[in-house]
Design a protein around this ligand. Structure first.
Ligand code: GLN
Ligand code: ZN
Length: 752
């Protein structure tokens, strides 16, 4: 009969108790035994919650002490040499060493998990001799069975995805590298089979990306082998975050079930199901409750969409589940206060989603066309929200307006004469150190312990202090320092209309680090100037130009939970129009340079190549909507935090910013390479030092970076700046590094 299932549950806990336990352990406030007891408790509590909710197939092994990709690497003994792991089970110390670095060894890199804001630790396969020192899926399976009587569904990260996400091997050797892991997966499955596991979920989200023919062949062979290894176990091959790229091939794989995302597939999976059908010897694990967003499901719509699948797959071969792990949504709406009843009723976090899954499963089981009470409730919410959700007509019009500034060559001349900057102008990316005092003062103000006026004065003092510091260092373009901002999205969200903020809506970003994305629930609109006060104040203190500092529309969208009743791009355009008003207000108040940051531009990139052009075009459109109405003399800057530019360079050009600053330190070579192949002929600053480390780089290092960059970039258009904002650095190291940076610029001016 139809079953309910879950793919993964948030680790952090209702009150972020998981995060707190981790951090206490790292600080030495919890002994290892105490820490283990605590996290065991949390894990079991989460299993119990899912079982109480009535979920049939409860995931086990999805819980992690940091990250599930790191867990997989550790399980196979894949530990980089520098951590001195001597074989056998990886200790907790080594595990966290890989994640966070040790005194002697740098941490493994971390990177985004597909198109989410979750980061995983990149496994390093160089010299790896995979072995199975430990079988955590088995341990977790037994634990759930023995302690709670739950027959869990172990979750494994599949071998193909695991190797694809790893580094340190020759892509030509992909097949043999994967083969090295297959026997280990086979023994895990065998042991699970012996222990009485019935279902196993193997995640292969790479099936939603473009795989090569060779990779496909590898995948097919792998599953052929694995299925034979443990014939008594039903393997669900789980995909998520998009449609599978080769549906017909996926459903032919020799597994028992296929898990498809029916929410974030752009309709592709559903269409494939109805066009090509579904094999009648397999189970369809239908991801119909949104695992990535926080809106309550319209249960009637969900049911009728399931009805469409009735002819494709029979009820007894159907599993109802979220579209992906619930790792990407907060824990529960229950604890939210101060959101307003109306909005609250439209929300569904992990716990509420479990309820939705069970409700839908029951309805399908009993053949009911509707679920009266639950349905009514969900309708109430939807009704309310719909009222605030019509795109204003005039704004819609503006959103379609194509905006084009005068050509860069003309703007450049005007800007050069108005701004009078030296060759190799120096600047920073926006933020200066957010010291404890700054954060403390803001907290006091938020609590109402400090008056608006006193807080404003405090911020102005910080600004004045840092304008003075920047003058003394000799920077050419100054910034106000962003002391008034906690977070670059939250700050704007709080000032724009259409946003709401939860008290406890945390989502894991990496390790113990959690983010609390704002909720965009209504039309976004400009209400009042957001940055003019601070920027104009800063400008009043100096003759040098002060750069205004805004967060771009795509970054705001990518770091928020976004309403789904209108296209995402419309939301981005609404934000862009609101930001345009801010840009114009800054300009009208004498600000001559405005930076619109888009650090998250790449994050929203669709997994499949064919969809990327559409995304990038929309992103460029929104950016230009925000930035193109200014005079030729107003210089538009932008900033991005990564250096994989090859693929998006045409879009970067299309942004038509007068100056772009890019982070480079972590892969300088690649970036330089992409400029060898593509000319870039507008203002550009490749970060000349890494801000992630407190180390003050030498003059030689910085000069070398600059020299390397101007081999492929026009020195006349080259800017000198750090990699990113300096918010997380201490004041002293910041000043010392900037002094060296200005010195490097001076030296370059003499030599070129
Ligand atoms: N202007 C922002 C800052 O300096 C940019 C941050 C970012 O790129 N993530 O902090
Ligand atoms: Zn950055």
């Amino acid at each position: 009969m139809v079953k309910s299932s879950n793919l993964g549950y948030p680790r952090i806990g209702e009150k972020r108790e998981w995060k707190k336990a981790l951090e206490q352990f790292w600080e030495g406030k919890l002994k290892e035994e105490e820490f283990v007891v605590k996290t065991d408790e949390i894990r079991l509590r989460h299993l119990k919650k899912q079982s109480d909710a009535g979920i049939d197939l409860i995931p086990v092994g999805d819980f992690s002490l940091y990250d599930h990709v790191l867990d997989t690497a550790a399980m196979f003994g894949v530990v980089p040499k520098r951590f001195g792991h001597g074989g056998g089970k990886v200790s907790l110390q080594t595990y966290y060493g890989m994640a966070r670095g040790t005194g002697d060894a740098v941490a493994s890199t971390m990177t985004k998990w597909f198109n989410t804001n979750y980061h995983y630790i990149v496994p390093e396969l160089e010299g790896a001799m995979p072995s199975l020192a430990d079988n955590p899926p088995l341990r977790y399976f037994k634990e759930a069975k023995e302690q709670l009587g739950i027959i869990g569904k172990p979750v494994l990260l599949g071998p193909v995805t695991f190797v694809k996400l790893s580094k340190g091997y020759d892509p030509e050797e992909f097949g043999s590298v994967v083969d090295g892991f297959v026997p280990l997966y086979a023994s895990i499955l065998k042991e699970l089979e012996e222990a009485g596991a019935e279902w196993v979920q193997i995640d292969e989200p790479v099936l939603c990306t473009d795989l090569t023919e060779d990779e496909w062949t590898v995948l097919e062979q792998v599953y052929d082998t694995l299925i034979k290894a443990a014939p008594g176990i039903k393997v669900i091959l789980q995909t998520y975050f998009d449609r599978v790229s080769r549906y017909e091939r996926v459903v032919r794989l020799p597994v028992h079930g296929i898990g498809l995302d029916l929410v974030h597939d752009g309709g592709g999976n559903r269409q494939a199901l109805t066009t090509h059908g579904f094999p009648d010897d397999k189970v369809l694990a239908a991801g119909i409750i949104d695992g990535r967003n926080i809106w309550r499901a319209d249960l009637e719509r969900t049911l009728s969409s399931l009805k469409e699948l009735e002819g494709v797959v029979s009820k007894d071969r159907l599993i109802i589940q979220p579209s992906s792990s619930l790792l990407h949504v907060p824990v529960t709406v229950k604890v939210e206060e101060g959101l307003g009843e109306r909005l609250k009723r439209t929300l569904s976090f992990a716990d509420e989603k479990l309820q939705e899954i069970v409700t839908v499963t029951e309805a399908v089981k009993e053949g009911r066309p509707s679920i009266s009470n639950e349905l009514k409730e969900s309708y109430d919410g939807l009704d309310n929200i719909e009222q605030s959700r019509t795109l204003r007509e005039s704004e819609q019009l503006a959103a379609n307006e194509v905006l084009q500034r005068a050509p860069f060559s003309e703007r450049r001349v005007v800007q050069e004469s108005e701004l009078g900057l030296p060759l190799f102008p120096t600047t920073t990316i926006g933020s200066f150190p957010q010291t404890k005092e700054v954060r403390k003062e803001r907290l006091k103000w938020r609590r109402g312990d400090v008056s608006d006026q006193d807080y404003r004065t405090f911020i102005q003092e910080e600004i004045a202090k840092w304008i003075d510091i920047q003058e003394k260092i000799g920077l050419d373009v100054l910034v106000h320092g962003e002391f008034e901002r906690t977070d670059m999205v939250e700050y704007f969200g709080e000032k724009l209309g259409g946003f709401a903020f939860t008290k406890n809506g945390w989502v894991q970003s990496y390790g113990s680090r959690c983010v609390k994305p704002p909720i965009i629930h209504g039309d976004v609109c400009f209400q009042e100037p957001m940055t003019v006060d601070e920027t104009v104040f800063a400008q009043s203190l100096t003759e040098k130009p002060v750069k205004g500092m805004l967060t771009g529309p795509i970054t705001i969208v990518n770091w928020s939970f976004v309403r789904t009743d209108i296209p995402r791009y419309d939301v981005a355009n609404q934000i862009a129009l609101a930001l345009r008003k801010e840009v114009e207000a800054l300009e009208a108040n004498g600000i001559r340079m405005i930076q619109v940051d888009e650090p998250a531009l790449r994050e929203g990139m669709p997994l499949q190549k064919e969809k990327r052009a559409g995304y990038l075009d929309a992103a460029v459109h929104a950016f230009k909507l925000a930035t193109s109405s200014v005079k030729s003399s107003t210089q538009i800057h932008t900033h991005m935090c990564y250096s994989e530019f090859g693929e998006i360079i045409e879009s970067i050009k299309a942004l038509d910013a007068d100056v772009i600053s890019i982070e480079t330190s972590r892969s300088h070579g690649n970036l330089i390479h992409s400029f060898e192949e593509n000319t870039y002929s507008q203002g550009i600053g490749l970060g000349v030092y890494d801000i992630h480390s407190p180390r003050v780089p030498t003059l030689e290092e910085m000069t070398r970076n600059i020299e390397r960059a101007i081999r492929v970039l026009d020195p006349q258009l080259f800017w000198i700046n750090p990699d990113c904002g300096l918010k997380t650095r201490g004041p002293n190291e910041t000043i010392e590094a900037l002094v060296v940076m200005v010195e490097a610029a001076k030296k370059m001016r003499e030599t070129v």
